[in-house]
Design a binder for this molecule. Structure first.
Ligand SMILES: Nc1ncnc2c1ncn2[C@@H]1O[C@H](COP(=O)(O)OP(=O)(O)OP(=O)(O)O)[C@@H](O)[C@H]1O
Ligand SMILES: [Mg+2]
Length: 391
């Protein structure tokens, strides 16, 4: 066999669905000839297995017809695109995965964990967004050094801010600094929906969502607005914190959100001068709870002054001091989280159909009773006064 005779044979093989042949398309990448034995490598653009099979069969037949004694065809096809396996409502379909970072109690380190996990995931090559869903107490802008920075608005949509390789949006970036919000539940729900629908998030591998403490309107609204891939509970080791963390884990179960694991924060204290680890709030006390909910410990994060300073000055420790023990632990937690996300996808993904409001069309799902007008002075059209459009 010669190069010409092989090319002649392969020129008779048309690409399935087209009139052009695979040589003209430039799909034939390599030809090896050894006497009458031929080995051909073909790169194709379709990931459908039947296309690869058809090309292989037709190439073999054409080469044998041309006089080859033996023909081996290697067809390289692109990997099957990952289908998004989530079902139900999704207000941000360009985002592949959503991770909800929650806790039963305030001040345990949700925002710190969200920031450092998001940055760790980005450092591991993922396209990452961070949504500060703590409407009343938005801290993420400061933690990323973005305090006071205003986002760009484009025809009623808002571009996320960017720092440390991640995209970010927060109520804190939309309000004047120091202002407070006094909103009812339904308005929180609207804000959360807008954060997903009206922010111009890129095609993200993962959006990490920093939640307000507890299990309330924000958590339920979010779970109804997007199929949450998995949830993380952040806790500190004291028993009082663990009691509340059980509520957070229980919420994930009730909302059908797979639990990725628990971060035990403020778990011991590493003295900066000696490196000796002291047990302050207790350590390892999370284990029974983790076993009860059949989940895993993603990280034990010690109390370290660098973590607090990093948060206050907008210099997240995972980025600024990657050699520190805390940074290494967040990196490990991010790897475990990503493995869990992949496992959830392989097992069929997530759905939020089962937690959608069941109210029949035309009937308000607002939990407030039809509010008298004087309770809703800000709304001349009646309703509960929250702007949710009810009653
Ligand atoms: N491991 C740690 N070492 C030192 N300081 C920490 C650590 N974790 C959190 N902090 C600090 O504790 C404070 C509270 O943390 P953070 O804001 O992350 O908690 P939170 O759970 O998000 O709070 P909230 O419920 O108010 O949203 C912050 O000042 C933060 O920098
Ligand atoms: Mg917070």
């Amino acid at each position: 066999m010669t190069q010409e005779s092989v090319n002649k044979a392969l020129s008779t093989v048309t690409y399935p669905g087209f009139t052009k042949d695979i040589v003209t398309f430039g799909f034939v990448k390599d030809i090896e000839i050894d006497g009458d034995a031929v080995c051909v490598t073909v790169d194709i653009t379709s990931s459908a297995p039947e296309v690869a099979k058809q090309i292989e069969d037709e190439c073999v037949a054409a080469l044998l017809r041309e006089g080859a004694g033996d023909a081996v065809i290697k067809v390289n096809a692109p990997k099957m695109p990952r289908e998004t396996s989530s079902r139900g409502k999704n207000l941000a379909p360009q985002v592949k995965n959503f991770v909800m970072v929650s806790s039963g109690k305030g001040g345990v380190g949700k925002s710190t964990s969200s920031v450092n996990l998001a940055i760790a995931l980005a450092m591991q090559g993922k396209k990452v967004g961070l949504l500060d869903a703590d409407i009343y107490g938005p801290n993420i802008p400061r933690m990323l050094g973005l305090a006071g920075q205003k986002p760009e608005v484009e025809s009623n949509k808002v571009h996320p801010l960017k720092a440390f390789g991640i995209e970010m949006m927060s109520m804190g970036s939309l309000m004047e600094e120091g202002q407070s919000l006094i909103w009812r539940g339904a308005m929180v729900m609207k804000a959360i929906e807008q954060f997903l629908r009206d922010i111009l998030w890129s095609e993200l591998d993962v959006l990490v969502i920093d939640m307000p403490p507890g299990t309330g309107d924000a958590q339920l609204s979010l779970a109804q607005a997007i199929p949450v891939t998995c949830g993380i509970t952040v806790t500190t080791p004291q028993q009082v914190s663990l009691d509340d963390s059980r509520r957070s884990l229980d919420m994930f179960k009730k909302l059908n959100i797979p639990i990725a694991g628990v971060i035990e924060n403020m778990s011991g204290f590493i003295s900066p001068d000696t490196g000796v680890e002291y047990d302050i709030f207790g350590k390892g006390s999370t284990e029974p709870m983790i076993a009860e909910y059949e989940t895993e410990l993603l990280a034990e994060i010690p109390i370290e002054p660098g973590v607090r300073i990093g948060g206050d000055t907008g210099a997240p420790v995972t980025y600024e001091n990657p050699e520190s023990e805390v940074a290494k632990r967040f990196m490990k937690a991010a790897e475990m989280l990503w493995a869990k996300i992949e496992k959830i996808e392989e097992e069929g993904g997530v759905e939020n159909e089962s937690i959608q409001p069941t109210t029949p069309p035309g009937v308000s799902a607002c939990s407030t009773a039809a509010a008298p007008q004087q309770q809703a002075p800000q709304q001349s059209t009646g309703g509960c006064g929250t702007g949710c459009g009810c009653h």
